[in-house]
Design a protein around this ligand. Structure first.
Ligand code: GTP
Ligand code: MG
Ligand code: NA
Length: 345
């Protein structure tokens, strides 16, 4: 009805992986931000969200062969950062449950680790496709980084010594994935994207492979997930985080996947004492390429459409529960239906 192939929404991309594999640093490199430097102990403890416009992806991917010729059909990417520390499995589960595709970050020096395996299980359970970032390639002995080229040429240009170690570690990781019944291959050797998930060598320290990673996400999303990405008017929105912001009171960060939210809308969401019914006071996003979980100057909207990460300010959000869907009552008589929907979650 309202859906069309000419109207795709941004894919929601969840970044998952073991602690300290470089998930936040990869996003920092892309955004040109320093979020990771400000984290207590260098550990991510919340889910993040970043709205990335397509122009920023094109800029990041300008050295990627073939990408400038590709007809890009998605308006951008909504990137969700998650914590890798073992104690935050609920947040990994929450992040992965809203996403269309994931970036699974593996430290090439460490291979698959306990929370990599946990992440794989989440992805398998939801049948979510993923791209592997084989991160920290700069740590390989004798590696000579060259971020200003397609990463496949960067890899090819390495010394024999560096190349041998890269190949050995990559092959070990391929075997570790096979032990999890998953076929993976370096993206430039992938024989069939229906059967093999692609791996991209990256370094969040030097920027190598970042463009290729983004290009692959865009290509895979718009070719393999087209139907899923057709924008729908039907509201699909999940509360990611509940937090107090000085000057705004208690706010909720929402991943708005489909549909629109408007200032003044009657929002219904789950709370610890039962469903909360409230009016949206303001709809805020950070600037493009800024992290929603970091306090920023916000852009205010009268109306906003998915897919986007948005902060909602409203009364009575103190008891809101994160991780669940919310609903909007467009007519007064819909409030009870929405309450029942939300209570069922
Ligand atoms: P959690 O969110 O806590 O799970 O960690 P994370 O996966 O987000 O990793 P983070 O971005 O915090 O990076 C962990 C450490 O690895 C930091 O000291 C980074 O500077 C470093 N690091 C990340 N990526 C790279 C890389 O590609 N090369 C090198 N040499 N260091 C990296
Ligand atoms: Mg992190
Ligand atoms: Na970390």
């Amino acid at each position: 009805k309202n859906k069309s192939l000419d109207n795709l929404r941004s894919p929601v991309v969840c970044v998952l992986g073991h602690v300290d594999t470089g998930k936040t640093k990869i996003l920092d490199k892309l955004r040109r931000t320093h979020v990771q430097d400000g984290e207590a102990g260098g550990i991510t403890q919340q889910i993040g969200a970043t709205n990335v416009p397509i122009d920023a992806i094109k800029e990041a991917a300008k050295f990627v062969k073939g990408f400038t010729e590709l007809a890009v059909r998605v308006p951008g990417l909504l990137l969700i950062d998650t914590p890798g520390h073992e104690s935050f499995s609920n947040l990994r589960s929450r992040g992965s449950s809203v996403c269309d595709i994931a970036i699974l970050v593996v430290d090439i020096m460490h291979g698959l680790e306990p929370q990599t395996l946990e992440s794989i299980k989440l992805l398998k359970d939801k049948n979510t496709p993923f791209i592997v970032a084989l991160n920290k390639i700069d740590r390989i002995y004798d590696w000579q980084p060259n971020a200003k080229r397609d990463v496949r040429d960067d890899v090819k240009g390495q010394s024999k010594l560096a190349m041998n170690e890269f190949t050995k570690r990559t092959n070990e990781i391929i075997v570790q994935f096979a032990e999890q019944s998953l076929n993976v291959a370096l993206f430039y050797k992938n024989p069939d994207p229906n059967e093999y998930m692609s791996m991209v060598p990256t370094s969040a320290a030097t920027g190598e492979g970042m463009g290729n990673l983004m290009a692959l996400i865009v290509e895979y999303s718009q070719s393999m997930l087209t139907k899923r990405l057709m924008y729908s008017n039907e509201l699909q929105a999940t509360v990611l985080e509940v937090k107090a912001i000085p000057g705004l009171g208690t706010t909720i960060d929402i991943i708005l996947v489909n549909g629109a939210l408007r200032e003044g809308d009657t929002l219904i969401l789950a709370g610890t004492d039962g469903p909360i019914v409230t009016q949206i006071r303001s709809l805020l996003t950070p600037q493009p390429m800024k992290e929603l979980r970091v306090k920023n100057t916000y852009i205010e909207y009268k109306e906003i459409k998915g897919a986007i990460g948005v902060k909602v300010a409203a009364k009575d959000l103190e008891k809101a529960i994160a991780g669940l869907n919310c609903a909007v009552a467009y007519q007064p008589d819909e409030v009870e239906i929405c309450r029942a929907e939300v209570a069922q979650e």
